[in-house]
Design a protein. Sequence first.
Length: 432
Amino acid sequence: MLLLLILIVITTAGLTLMIAHGVMPDLIVLTSLLLIAEVWFTLRHSRKATKQILHFFHMLENEETLSRYNVETSNSTQRQLSAAMNRVTTNIERLKIEAAENELKLKAVIEHSVSGLLAIDSNSFIVVANSSAKQLIGASVLTHTSQISRANAELHNLMQNLANGGVATLATHNPPRVLSIRLATLVIANSPLRLYSIVDIKPELDAREVDSWSKLTRVITHEIMNGIAPILSVSQKLSTTVSNGQSTLTERQSATLHQGLQVVREQSESLMRFVEHYRQFARIPMPQKSEVNVAQLFAKVEMLAQQMLQQKGIAISTQAHSHSTITADENQMVQILLNLVQNAAEALNTTPNPTIALHHASTPEGATITITDNGTGIPPEQLQEIFVPFYTTKPNGSGIGLSIVRQIVHLHGGSINVRSNIGEGSCFEVRV
């Protein structure tokens, strides 16, 4: 507009001079027409530029797709304006693409986090909930905290009473988990948010427990063996001396001494056998992992257990895809499954039509193998104890079978859980 005013002033001054000096009227008219045409073209380009700028800001305001403006024009000002607006459009589109990519990356990180993540606003609406959170809470949909309350009232109350920066734990039994819940609060766009992280720490606690038992076992076996070996050696030597009649004792005294030494030796040998069970628990080697065909693994276990199962009249079924594989130590996996099958068989002694089923499935968390029986079930008070080393309810049991199973599973970086109902049977779930 300033340029237009300058042109009008210059042209008007020129016309005034022409009239003052008596210039021909025709020339004055022609000059006036040129002035009018110049003013018209200038106003036209100005309105076009203004309209283009308003259109550009309208699209920005309404978050519409930005247009590209024509730079093939004879008007240099219009050409420069269009080129500048096109550059701005390119930069805005680039920033939008980068923002969208960053948002997708953030969503992917949140969704695939092994920790359950929840973001809850001031109205108790859940604005973020990843798959891990839904799985740990036990709800397929999470949009409001009332859904948490329906799924697990105890967890909901704990979350409500948790202070900012606080940490709390909660044990659940079906499935067995130990949940660690942490809270952090923050304000985004003047809106307060409560951020919860939920982690199942039971695998870590189990691993520490297994490691503690293993360390304790190594110490105990060393001390006991050091004490028993001399006793056993001396008792054997004395027993031999008495048996050969090399003592000055009477026949009755020799018989009593021999009997006593025999008891000492038998008890020492029994204690040494018991200690050997300790050694088995403490000396499990690290797994030598390879790709193992699950169907072939099931077939090997079924063959090894066939005679025992036939004697007890137990039917066994297996289900695994012919091409399914797991990464594990094959020999140790056979040991795990055979132990669990034998354990299931012992629970089927009084069950009509006894059956054991082995099943393999692939899940997002890894491969899962289940061993299910229709036996008597495990009492609830025993479920938390069955993996404790040397705990047994069987008259002749050593109590290390399931302990060894759990230790091998943990050496594989996996987990083992059990579900059981009295009168219906049990299901052991191994994840590797």
